[in-house]
Each structure stands twice: as C-alpha cells, then as structure tokens.
Write a protein that binds this ligand. Structure first.
Ligand SMILES: Cc1cc2nc3c(=O)[nH]c(=O)nc-3n(C[C@H](O)[C@H](O)[C@H](O)COP(=O)(O)OP(=O)(O)OC[C@H]3O[C@@H](n4cnc5c(N)ncnc54)[C@H](O)[C@@H]3O)c2cc1C
Length: 273
C-alpha cells in the first residue's frame, strides 16, 4: 500500500520544528521513520504534514554532569551501541542497544521515537523507566519535565500533546556500586521482545521493570521490594506472581511463566556479583 498524500519539511532547529508543528493540527514529527513510515504506508496513521526532526543538532547531542546524563531525542540506537554518548548505567544501555532490531534499523531508529511510539514491547521505555529518566518535552509554551512513568500511558499512547517534541531524556547516573541489567526474550534476533525486564540495584534503590506484558512497561513493586531485601525462593515467586497478575490474562500460564522466569533471571543477574 502507499500512504495518503502528505507534505514533508525538514526543520533546521527546534523552534522551527515547533512552529511548523503548531501551524498544522494534522502534522507529526518524523525521526528515523522506522515505525512512522510503515504506519503511514499501511494507513494506520494519516497526517497532512511530516516535520523531519532527525537533523536538528540540538536533538543529536548528549551531555553529562556529576549527577546525570542528558541524551538528545534524535540520538540513534546505533550511537548508543557504539558508545558515542555517555552511558549513565555502567554500560547497560550500550549492551541493551545492541539487541534492538538489526543494525540497519538501529542506524535510523531513535531513542525519542522509540519512547514516543510507546510500543509496549520496546526496549527504551522499559529501560528508561527503570533508570528514573525524565523526558524534556518542548512545546509552544516552553519546556516541561515529564517522568517516564507519567509519559507512558498505554499501547502506542503517551501523554504528549499535539505539537510537542521530546527534546531529550535526563537520566540519573547510577552510583558506582550499582548493578543494572536488561534481560530480553525474543524468538529471533531483531524481533521485539516477548518479555523484557530491566533490574537496577544499589545500596539506596532497587527497581524491577517489566515490559511486553500489558499495554505499557510497569514497575514491579513487590519484586523490587523483595530484591531490596534479598528475598529469594518461594517468597520471591509469590511477589512476582502478585505483580504480574493484573498485567496478563488470568488463564495464560505460558505468559505468566515466561515473564516470571525473565524477572527472576534479571534479579539473579544484578544480585550475583
Ligand atoms: C523490523 C523492526 C524491528 C524492531 N525491533 C525493535 C526492538 O527489538 N526493540 C525496540 O525497542 N524497537 C524495535 N523497533 C523499533 C525501532 O527501533 C524504533 O525505535 C522505532 O521504530 C521508532 O523509530 P524512529 O525513531 O525512527 O521514530 P519514527 O518512526 O520517526 O516515529 C515514531 C513515532 O514517534 C513520534 N516521534 C518521533 N520522535 C519524536 C520526538 N522526539 N518527540 C515526539 N514525538 C516523536 C513520531 O511522530 C511517530 O509517531 C523495530 C522496528 C522495526 C521496523
């Protein structure tokens, strides 16, 4: 199929992109086009104009302070994989990027496009939620800071408003003693996850996030607490089962087993020195 007709313009700066998006209520930002192009081709999305934000310098940079790393929204998965931007999670983001899709897609797909797309099985929403990232969202009336938990709403749904652009993600740096992992189960290389878990553990904080189960990635509160207290065995199984009960169909024993196994694997990886 071919897409419905639309106009295309490449923005040279963030203010220019915001002005272009503001001028047309039926316009969308285009990053690498890895999801948007097929959706337009299948007419699952229809828009009158595309504003290409992929070459805006401000969206392509990363910076760091003592406390956090800021990664521009148009930074590609490949740039993270190649170590071209600082990794606030001791290399975990870099390792995770290697497992997203194929290299050709990683060269175009962006961290901002991935989160804005809000596919429940995507890697970055799960990882950035576990890392307590904040999305810096630019709009006509200025910039707002949106924690990932409030940005992700449901399947292909975020709290972004028409005309807004994610400029960057501010990600707290993990302390030196912290351990972090992302465990992804997929049937073949390059496929979206059947189950994805990010676990982060240090002296102050323990967090387990599960993706590809239900409409959006979620923090597993009981599993996180169990990990913090180094609880294992049947008590951990019970905690995980309580967390995932509401996320999956009641009678799907296979999915429950798949996700529970992946959660335990991730917890085991961060707890084993
Ligand atoms: C075959 C295949 C396999 C894949 N496998 C995986 C996988 O294993 N794991 C995974 O996580 N992903 C996977 N992906 C997704 C891919 O890696 C991209 O992350 C995703 O398609 C987003 O692409 P993009 O950055 O090009 O955004 P686009 O396709 O350009 O845009 C996607 C959506 O986000 C909006 N958008 C883009 N940037 C912004 C912004 N800065 N602010 C606001 N809105 C914005 C667009 O308007 C559009 O609605 C796969 C994709 C394909 C085609």
């Amino acid at each position: 199929m071919k897409p419905a007709p639309f106009s295309y313009a490449r923005a040279r700066s963030l203010p220019e992109a915001l002005a272009m998006l503001g001028a047309d209520a039926q316009s969308l930002p285009l990053a690498g086009g890895q999801s948007l192009a097929p959706m337009l081709n299948l007419r699952m999305t229809i828009c009158e104009s595309l504003v290409d934000i992929g070459a805006i310098a401000e969206l392509l940079v990363a910076s760091e302070t003592n406390d956090h790393v800021t990664i521009g929204a148009a930074v590609t998965h490949a740039m993270i994989e190649d170590g071209s931007v600082p990794d606030p999670a001791h290399g975990m983001m870099r390792r995770a990027a290697q497992k997203i899709a194929y290299r050709a897609i990683r060269c175009h797909g962006t961290i901002g496009g991935s989160v804005a797309m809000a596919d429940p099985a995507a890697d970055w929403p799960c990882i950035l939620l576990a890392l307590d990232a904040i999305a810096l969202v630019a709009g006509a009336s200025g910039e707002r800071r949106v924690p990932l938990d409030r940005l992700l709403v449901g399947t292909y749904e975020t709290s972004l408003q028409q005309g807004e652009i994610i400029r960057a993600f501010e990600i707290p740096k993990l302390p030196p003693d912290a351990r972090a992992t992302t465990c992804k189960i997929n049937r073949k290389t390059g496929a979206f996850a059947d189950s994805i878990v990010t676990a982060v553990h240090n002296g102050q904080k323990s967090r387990v996030v599960l993706g590809a189960a239900g409409p959006r990635a979620r923090i597993l509160e009981n599993a996180s607490m169990s990990m913090a207290k180094n609880i294992n065995g049947a008590a951990l199984d019970q905690a995980i089962s309580t967390d995932i009960a509401g996320m999956l169909p009641e009678d799907d024993a296979y999915l429950k087993h798949l996700h529970a196994t992946n959660v335990k694997r991730a917890i085991n990886e961060v707890m084993t020195p």
